[in-house]
Design a protein around this ligand. Structure first.
Ligand SMILES: Nc1ncnc2c1ncn2[C@@H]1O[C@H](COP(=O)(O)OP(=O)(O)O)[C@@H](O)[C@H]1O
Ligand SMILES: [Mg+2]
Length: 355
């Protein structure tokens, strides 16, 4: 049976890409659902030039008319369905001059490539600064400061700090890539967030004391605070949030950080019972302008201050990925001058079956 026994529209519909069938006179004979979405209405019956004005597209069609079996055009389309980068693949369909055009959407790939490029540029930049400092000090220690023991001690301690910073950066990059690699595997342990918060509190106690900040842990909710999770990763979430609250939320000491828990019988976005953990500081707060970008890699409100404190700019990006892996939500709210609240909402663990 010849394939033409089927209507061409059925073939078009099978493609995930927007697709058009064009007559010899460039009128559109049929369009699939993706094309209807792209152009905002059904373009069937209209001349192609009225739907898509790009000269590259029409040049590719003309090349078919002069004998080429197929062709492509690389173009940016501003259509009702959104602006995007497409590679259009055109093929001759029959001797009657009908042609098919499929629109390969490259927009997301372009975006991913841009993110990758930015990321590599950011990492290189973050590493270059401490490396430049280190090699400068090595040179000084070999030359001018060779016999100056006071200068040597001072330089060595700066070098130590820079080396620590690089180490933290590399270890944050590694945790980020580990979390990303596991993001699609749901965690399976049952984790008690209250016990975990106590452990995290112990870990940052010295840092908090040094900053004159008191950690105040709230009581466990009546139903407990057990979630299905990965204990190591959730500990990392707590540590990153507590460290931030100590570093940026201290305000004028003495200050306090409140860690509270709540059981939510039904969290609408998670569609089920959940546990909310919140880390609230009473520091200077965050301008709402920054909130949407805070979890981006290397996004800092004050880069200088973050680096001074040994920050890598990756802490909240790691938090966000871990929360995503746990199918949870991260809610950041802040009132400038009054402090910030970082709330992590995680699906509650189903009750243990008896026996
Ligand atoms: N509790 C907070 N109060 C005010 N600003 C904060 C707080 N937590 C995070 N930030 C801001 O968000 C930025 C990103 O945080 P993070 O990803 O942990 O990186 P880092 O702490 O290494 O700078 C910080 O540099 C800081 O500007
Ligand atoms: Mg941090």
């Amino acid at each position: 049976m010849s394939p033409r026994a089927y209507p061409i529209a059925d073939f078009l519909e099978a493609s995930p890409w927007a697709g058009l069938c064009l007559a010899a006179d460039d009128r559109i004979l049929a369009a699939n659902a993706a094309a209807r979405a792209l152009f905002g209405s059904d373009p069937a019956g209209r001349p192609a030039i009225a739907v898509l004005r790009n000269p590259e597209f029409h040049a590719a069609l003309e090349a078919l008319d002069s004998g080429a079996p197929s062709g492509r055009a690389d173009l940016t389309i501003a259509a009702p369905g959104g602006r995007g980068h497409f590679i259009i693949h055109v093929t001759r369909l029959s001797a009657k001059g009908e042609r098919l055009a499929f629109f390969e959407d490259r927009t997301e790939l372009d975006q991913a490539a841009a993110i990758r490029r930015d990321f590599v540029a950011n990492v290189s930049h973050e590493l270059r600064t401490p490396l430049t400092a280190l090699s400068g000090f090595i040179e000084t220690l070999r030359g001018a400061a060779r016999d100056d023991s006071t200068a040597r001690e001072r330089f060595l301690s700066i070098m130590d700090r820079e080396a620590q910073r690089m180490m933290r950066l590399v270890s944050d990059l590694l945790s980020l890539s580990r979390v990303e690699a596991e993001e699609h595997r749901a965690p399976t342990q049952s984790v008690d967030l209250v016990a975990l918060a106590r452990r995290a509190g112990e870990t940052v106690r010295d840092q908090a004391d040094g900053a004159g900040v008191a950690l105040v842990l709230g009581p466990a909710p009546a139903g407990g605070a057990v979630v299905k999770g990965d204990a190591d990763q959730l500990l990392q979430v707590l540590l990153n949030l507590l460290e931030n609250a100590i570093k940026y939320g201290g305000g004028t000491a003495p200050a306090c950080i409140d860690v509270t828990f709540a059981a939510l019988p039904h969290e609408p976005k998670l569609r089920g019972p959940a546990v909310a953990l919140s880390v609230r500081d009473h520091g200077e707060g965050i301008d709402p302008l920054h909130l949407p970008r805070l979890t981006e890699r290397f996004y800092r409100i004050d880069g200088h201050r973050s680096r001074e404190q040994g920050g890598t700019g990756l802490g909240l990006a790691i938090v966000k990925h871990i929360v995503n892996r746990h199918r949870g939500r991260l809610k950041i709210t802040s009132e400038p001058g009054k402090g910030s609240e970082f709330m992590v909402i995680l699906p509650a663990a189903p009750p243990e079956r008896a026996g």
